[in-house]
Design a protein around this ligand. Structure first.
Ligand code: CP
Length: 313
């Protein structure tokens, strides 16, 4: 694996799941794999899980790790070509990416969607800019349109908790006061399509259709109660509209996940989550919630991906 930018960069999901399962029993088995190598983590947005789990994965592999928050520490970067840089941006991605490549062997980048300019968000200016100008591999730690490390951790969690050969998994939209990106939902949908041994569907209010190039022929329902019947796993996430872009059409509290709606299913969410807006306390605090397992699996998702990237250096 050279870069890890989306689920499309996974050759064999089954192989990664097996690697993750083995690593969980012996997290430091490959503690020399990254010896003498450095991982640089560049954050243009906040993080708790991604930052700490990726660092932990690096430590388990013997990688040195450097982290930088561009929001308040780095120079403001320009990503467009040919710009006259006489405004607030002090450094161009062309130099910045090559400079980071002098200090690191792999770089991770987190850069959320703007939610205001669909064209720029879809072009993935930040992560694709680093990929274009860096001379080292790039790891997606959540970009405008995807969060594949999260989706891989979610996949590990489902495979560990599934009691059926072909579980029913439902991705459900939930209300949220802010306009959030589609990245987590996109990558989860992509990962479910890679998994294949799953009965996967999506439920959301009308108007919240995700990018059809991602959802392809996944069944979609606007009736949440009906969609959740007999589900084994309910993955809950808010996202704003894809068309028109970045709008909050509904804050319908009836879409919040309650114990009645969840039934016997396991509850999943990538975190952070707003209690009693997205999901009721009684779900989040119950034994049916897998959110902490998902967060734990972020380390092993990052570790298998970094290990594959190291093999290719
Ligand atoms: N789920 C996730 O990516 O969490 P953070 O934003 O805290 O990294």
């Amino acid at each position: 694996m050279k870069h890890f930018l989306s689920a499309k960069d996974i050759d064999s999901l089954e192989a990664l799941l097996q690697m993750a399962s083995a690593l969980k029993k012996a997290p430091q088995k490959f503690k020399n794999a990254g010896e003498g190598k450095t991982l640089g983590l560049l954050f243009f947005n906040n993080s708790l899980r991604t930052r700490l789990s990726t660092q932990k994965a690096a430590f388990n592999l013997g990688l040195h790790c450097m982290t930088m928050n561009f929001g308040n520490e780095g120079w403001a970067l320009e990503f467009e070509d040919g710009t006259i840089m006489d405004q607030g941006k002090a450094e161009h991605i062309k130099e910045a990416a090559q400079v980071v490549s002098q200090y690191c062997d792999i770089m991770g980048v987190r850069a959320f969607a703007s939610m205001t300019d669909k064209q720029k968000d879809e072009a993935e200016l930040v992560i694709n800019g680093f990929k274009k100008y860096a001379t080292i591999p790039v790891l997606n730690m959540e970009s405008s349109t995807g969060h594949p490390l999260q989706a891989l951790a979610d996949m590990i969690t489902i495979s560990e908790n599934s009691e059926k050969k072909r579980p029913k998994v439902v991705l459900s939209w939930a209300p949220h006061p802010k306009a959030l990106p589609q990245a987590v939902a996109n990558s989860f949908a992509e990962m479910m399509q890679l998994y294949k041994e799953v009965d996967f569907s999506i439920t959301h209010p009308k108007g919240y259709e995700l990018n059809p190039e991602i959802t392809k022929n996944i069944p979609i329902s606007h009736d949440q109660e009906e969609a959740l019947k007999e589900a084994d796993f309910v993955y809950v996430k808010n996202w704003s509209t894809y068309t028109p872009y970045g709008e909050v059409l509904s804050k319908d509290k009836n879409w919040m996940i309650t114990p009645e709606k969840l039934g016997h299913a396991k509850f999943m969410h990538c975190l952070p989550v707003r209690r009693n807006v997205v999901v009721a306390d009684s779900v989040l605090d119950s034994d049916q919630s897998l959110v902490i397992e998902q967060a734990n699996n972020r380390t092993f998702a990052a570790q298998v991906v970094l290990q594959k990237m190291l093999e290719n250096l």
